[in-house]
Design a binder for this molecule. Structure first.
Ligand code: UT7
Length: 349
């Protein structure tokens, strides 16, 4: 059975840099608070009308395709991970297929929030291993800036997120010392509501969502989308940050160790850990827990914020472009986020 290898990788971030001080125009916050609690100095925001989640994904994909030495017409499967789709439906995958003039290939959208890219990579990996596809395009892309509450009410969420995209081409390889060694996927829906965007949706408060948000009004609960929901900012993400933080610092090390141990490795064997860029403090906690040196962990949240499904491929691409990942290196990708869902992938570069 062949393994899959990353044959090409690309990233795209918008030109527009938005610093912490730029946020002060909209909300009561401070550069000091944001840097101290999250490590973020600045993030990129997409052009409001000229860039979308799909277009940024396409820009990253073009680079990955070129670096893999193939053309868009060679791609035989698209897996697109995002929580900021251009449309509620259809997904972004078909927009990529159309814009890159690809053949009538399969296109799948993955909705797994921060772990979306690692989940998408795992799905693609299975299709390569079974011999079904030979050139799979996996994209993670987010245009968060279009859907955040920029008032003080939403500051605990909005200061964290940024826009961008990353993409890889997965191909089969017969090389025994290269490629994706294993992937590990998990979920626990017990706390599904503590990091969520409730509306628009069909929940009608069925899941006790009102315990988390201001959902008392019957008119609000039995509508897919209403003026009252918008007035109460229920169309924006909700996050109980401290609870997410506590779970993340347990599940990140767990899933990284799971990947390493499944392949007979220990943390000291790792050349590079690419953690989902949720919060620099979480990454530092994980590094400390696993006793990893600074050169074994790549972080760039300082410059891009948390780009959810795009954060792992952006960090992986940048680390490789900066010469921090070399052929034969043992690399672990790990992510944790809303759901909760978490995942890891161990690969030999
Ligand atoms: O990738 C998706 C997964 N998400 C995560 O991994 C996020 C995990 N959680 C976190 O990163 C942190 O919980 C946050 C960065 C979101 C928040 O940091 P925190 O240290 O947990 O702060 P907190 O929510 O407990 O809030 C502490 C205080 C509150 O004020 P009071 O009640 O103590 O007076 C907040 O109102 O900080 C206030 N606050 C802010 N102040 C200035 C919250 N957001 C801000 C802000 N600027 N942006």
């Amino acid at each position: 059975m062949p393994r899959s290898k990353i044959a090409g990788i690309g990233m795209y971030v918008p030109e527009n840099i938005f610093t912490n001080n730029d946020l002060l125009k909209y909300m009561d916050t401070s550069d000091e608070w944001i840097q101290e609690r999250t490590g973020i100095k600045e993030r990129r925001y997409a052009h409001r009308t000229e860039e979308t989640t799909a277009t940024m994904g396409i820009e990253a994909a073009k680079i990955a395709i070129e670096r893999a030495g193939i053309t868009a017409q060679d791609v035989d499967f698209i897996v697109f991970a995002t929580i900021c789709p251009d449309y509620y439906f259809p997904g972004c995958g078909v927009l990529v297929q159309r814009e890159l003039k690809m053949k009538e290939i399969a296109a799948l959208d993955v909705r797994n929030q921060c772990s979306g890219f690692v989940y998408a990579l795992s799905v693609a990996d299975q299709f390569i291993r079974t011999g079904t596809y030979k050139n799979i395009l996996v994209i993670g892309s987010e245009k968060h800036s279009f859907g955040l509450d920029f008032s003080t009410r939403g500051r605990n969420v909005s200061v964290i997120f940024g826009d961008g995209a990353g993409a890889v081409i997965l191909q089969p390889t017969e090389e025994t010392d290269r490629g994706i060694l294993s992937t590990h996927l998990h979920s626990d829906g017990e706390s599904a509501e503590i990091l969520a965007m409730y509306n628009p949706g069909t929940h009608a408060n069925h899941w006790g969502t009102k315990n988390y948000a201001d959902f008392d009004d019957a008119e609000i609960s039995d509508m897919f989308m209403s003026h009252a929901m918008i007035d109460k900012a229920q169309n924006y993400p909700f996050m109980d940050g401290p609870s997410v933080f506590k779970k993340a610092v347990v599940k990140f090390p767990e899933v990284i160790l799971e990947a390493l141990h499944a392949n007979g490795y220990e943390p000291s064997d790792l050349n590079m850990l690419i953690p989902h860029q949720a919060n620099l403090r979480i990454a530092q906690f994980v590094q400390q827990k696993l006793k990893l040196r600074d050169d074994q962990v790549y972080n760039n949240i300082q410059y891009y914020g948390n780009t959810t499904a795009a954060s792992v491929p952006i960090a992986l691409c940048e680390a490789w472009q900066n010469g921090k990942i070399k052929e034969g290196d043992l690399v672990c990708l790990a992510a944790f986020g809303s759901g909760f869902t978490w995942a890891s992938a161990l690969l030999k570069w």
